[in-house]
Design a protein around this ligand. Structure first.
Ligand code: NAP
Length: 511
């Protein structure tokens, strides 16, 4: 029987209806080096047919650790049979070589004597699931512990970031009890990543996702639980297999957060510079911003990026914010000094640094297209450098309101198109994937140097037109990398690896 300490830290959860597909998924996972698989027998059309999959897999890959699960529908799984049959299938799975079996607490409570079936033959994992919320966890653990087992699992639904904190605290406080604990849903990603470093015996990941797959013939496996991400991303991007909790925690707060490329870029930078830190995506819905600050204090979070929709509202939660960020009214970077949290805005550098590499901004005439948050930041940072800014956009009232607030000239879109400026800064999302053919200026390009904030695709329609007209161009990725590099330098005091950061983003964009 395998010992608890020999269990790998990341378990790839495999589940699908078709047995041939399950076999393929399991083989693919082993071929790509995974050594711990959960086989969700309950998700098969005929759960008992999965036993042969385990047997054959272990014959080919005897070092693989298999966790067998046949969760009943009433307990959040897909097995429709009675408790008796669930236990029979798990018994067959153990005979086939499963080193761990997952028995839900409800099944265990219904037939505690039947658990003797497993003792001494396999590791018995007793699991508690709550797909609605994260209830008081001490009580959950008390309920689980009434039935002796080799390890326990607690998986609850996350509604807010502090649910992660409670689960991580449970792990830290109950070190003597072997526990696997995580928060489900996108909110719960921090707990899935940090779990093993906080004493969770392991964490679950999904099989490889489509884009990273090398061969089109391979089958793509879906996550078997809400919020699961791929095992390879858990390992390579987040180093979730780490056992020690020394890494400082950074992250980004946003809603939505799934599309953010910041975790790709910052984790790559930390790894390249050997900074002992991890950067997490924190899904924070607007009414839950205050709740996130509990996590920031208690986890603790050493620094974080702030993006839509929190750039303004975050200010009231901070000790102080620097004067330019205050004037812009937006913070994109929070850092900690002597325990307190401060705000600044590195988007400002993201705008001015790429421009200043090409042109002195003092007295430069700059046309800014768009009147949203990015435009506001760009205008203040350009004014700070002594540029003469003119604002244009599609809606004259909104353009006029921002122009007034920043004290700059405004101009109608058609007149701007006929004019000429040293620099054009596009702050509208026009041209962004998937609407690749859009461009704020469709004919003439009214500037010598064109800066497009859109970074997906790397070269937008506007930039292509500008290049064709012989103009110099700056792609949005330069801003994205520059604002992130400034954050990295504030947080770590080290020079940011800009090329590595840029390559990480370009790679993530498939460029
Ligand atoms: P925002 O607050 O939503 O503002 C968007 C602006 O674009 C508004 O002025 C809006 O005009 C205008 N707009 C939207 N659709 C338009 C259309 N079809 N035609 C003309 N104008 C249109 O967004 P934001 O935060 O300022 O961000 C704007 C863009 O900058 C986004 O694409 C974002 O990804 C990019 N960005 C890039 C970086 C980077 O690091 N590269 C950083 C920040 C932002 P109305 O007011 O009339 O709706």
């Amino acid at each position: 029987m395998i010992s608890l300490s020999a269990l790998p830290r990341i378990c790839v959860a495999l589940g699908c209806a078709d047995v041939a597909q399950l076999r393929r998924l399991a083989l693919d996972a082993c071929e790509s080096g995974e050594d711990f698989l959960e086989i969700r027998l309950d998700m098969l059309l005929r759960p008992e047919s999965g036993v042969a999959v385990i047997e054959r897999l272990l014959r080919r890959y005897p070092e693989t650790v298999v966790l067998a699960t046949c969760r009943r529908t009433a307990n959040g799984g897909q097995f429709k049979g009675p408790v008796q049959q669930e236990l029979e299938i798990l018994d067959a799975a153990v005979s086939a070589g499963a080193a761990v079996v997952d028995v839900e607490i409800e099944t265990a409570e219904a037939a505690p004597e039947r658990l003797e079936l497993f003792r001494g033959r396999t590791l018995l994992l007793l699991s508690y699931h709550n797909f609605e919320h994260t209830p008081p966890l001490a009580r959950v653990l008390q309920r689980l512990e009434r039935i002796p087992a080799d390890l326990y699992k607690v998986a609850t639904m996350g509604l807010k970031q502090s649910d992660n904190l409670r689960v991580l605290e449970l792990l830290a406080k109950r070190r003597r009890i072997p526990l696997v604990a995580m928060v489900m849903g996108e909110v719960g990603l921090p707990s899935r990543i940090l779990g093993p470093s906080r004493q969770s015996v392991f964490t679950f990941g999904s099989p490889e996702t489509a884009p990273a797959r090398k061969s089109a013939a391979r089958i793509v496996g879906d996550p078997t639980a809400p919020g699961q991400i791929s095992a390879s991303v858990l390992r390579s991007r987040y180093q979730a297999h780490r056992k020690d909790s020394s890494a400082k925690v950074y992250g980004v707060i946003a809603s939505p957060v799934g599309h953010s490329l910041s975790p790709v870029l910052h984790n790559r930078a930390f790894q390249a510079r050997r900074v002992d830190a991890v950067y997490l995506p924190f899904l924070v819905e607007p009414p839950k911003l205050g709740d996130f600050f509990k996590v920031a204090e208690q986890l603790p979070v050493t620094g974080f990026s702030v993006t839509i929709p929190h750039k303004q509202r975050v200010i009231r939660h901070l000790e102080t914010t620097d004067s330019l960020a205050k004037r812009i009214g937006a913070v994109n970077t929070v850092y900690r000094r002597k325990g307190k949290l401060y705000g600044t805005n590195t988007d400002v550098l993201g705008v001015t640094a790429p421009l200043e590499k090409r042109i002195p901004l003092r007295k430069a005439s700059v046309l800014v297209a768009g009147n949203g948050g990015a435009a506001r930041g760009a205008i203040f940072s350009l004014l700070d450098k002594g540029a003469a800014v003119t604002l244009t956009g599609r809606n004259p009232q909104r353009v006029a309101a921002l122009a007034r607030a920043c004290g700059v000239e405004m101009i109608e879109r058609s007149k701007a198109a006929a004019g000429h400026y040293d620099v054009l800064v596009n702050t509208t999302p026009l041209g962004m994937a998937p609407k690749l053919s859009e461009s704020f200026f469709s004919d003439r390009i009214p500037a010598d140097l064109v800066f497009d904030m859109v970074y997906n695709p790397l070269e937008t329609q506007l930039l292509r037109k500008a290049k064709a007209a012989g103009r110099e161009t700056i792609p949005g990725i330069e801003m994205f990398v520059e604002q992130a590099a400034a954050q990295f330098e504030i947080w770590t005091g080290e020079k940011a690896p800009r090329t590595i950061m840029r390559n990480a983003v370009a790679e993530a964009l498939g460029a």
